[in-house]
Ligand binder design. Structure first.
Ligand SMILES: [Zn+2]
Ligand SMILES: [Zn+2]
Length: 266
């Protein structure tokens, strides 16, 4: 089976540790068929630190160099676009770049605060935040937002677990089913993010329960990503995620080039 890791962060992400060249080398060594570099573009942080425009051009230049070094490896130029609704016009500008192969649409925040930055103090509070998260995701996947794959559904659970809480997200089944119907209607993918497999969650984001629901509702398009922030994690868990998807009845996963999905047989 051909394996592609389509979610990873380089030193052009504020939290990335390895340059593009190291990710490409690691992917080649691991026998992957390709990677897509998806550095963060947090719409609210466009002008914070290094302006995103510069990082984007530098990143693309590194990708072009890595392509020359690894002609057998597909190296896509993507972006993890966070919370497009904070500034829809700016979000539109980012993805109108004709060089972009793939856009992950992630929702990291609630009212401008990243779930990573919140303190979780009770199960009741977690349930309440998850209800808001699920409701907000409906809006995130609707409207003018343009992206190819919904990133790491169940993201808040990672940080709730960090603070010692394991709430039951299945209480939000109705809202999440609505999210899935919108993705399916719009021909978008659902990401299987494998970062949870190497963290205390011990499962993909989203896990089997949600992937089964997506499949039951008619979802066929998925993408696979490690969300690696260091070259050592590139490709991590992708084979497991592919096996999981296959076992749930998915026939293929998607790798995007120039915003168009190519089907990779499972
Ligand atoms: Zn993310
Ligand atoms: Zn990411």
């Amino acid at each position: 089976m051909k394996l592609y890791d389509t979610h990873l962060h380089t030193t052009y992400s504020p939290d990335g540790k390895s340059p593009v060249a190291d990710h490409a080398r690691a992917a080649s060594k691991a026998g992957l068929s390709g990677i897509v570099v998806t550095d963060h573009c947090d719409v609210q942080g466009w002008t914070d630190g290094t302006p995103y425009d510069f990082r984007r051009d530098d990143s693309y230049a590194d990708i072009v160099r890595a392509r020359a070094e690894h002609p057998d490896l597909y190296i896509g130029f993507g972006v993890e676009l966070s919370d497009w609704r904070i500034d829809p016009a700016l979000a539109k500008e980012v993805i109108s770049d004709p060089r972009v192969d793939f856009v992950i649409g992630s929702m990291h925040t609630l009212r401008g605060i990243d779930f990573y930055c919140m303190n979780y103090t009770s199960l009741v509070q977690c349930d309440d935040l998850l209800a808001q998260y699920a409701a907000e995701l409906v809006g995130h996947c609707s409207g003018d937002g343009d992206f190819d794959s919904l990133g790491h559904l169940t993201y808040p659970l990672r940080y709730m677990l960090r603070d010692g809480f394991r709430p039951d997200f299945t209480k939000q089944r109705d809202a999440v089913a609505e999210v899935f119907r919108i993705l399916i209607d719009r021909g978008r993918s659902l990401e299987i993010n494998t970062s949870g497999l190497r963290q205390s969650m011990g499962c993909t984001l989203p896990d089997e329960y949600w992937l089964r629901l997506y499949r039951d509702l008619g979802g066929e398009l998925i993408t696979l990503g490690s969300d690696s922030h260091t070259a050592a994690d590139t490709g991590s868990g992708i084979a497991d995620a592919a096996e999981l998807a296959k076992s749930l009845g998915f026939g293929y996963y998607c790798v995007y080039r120039a915003r168009r999905p190519e089907h990779i047989k499972l």
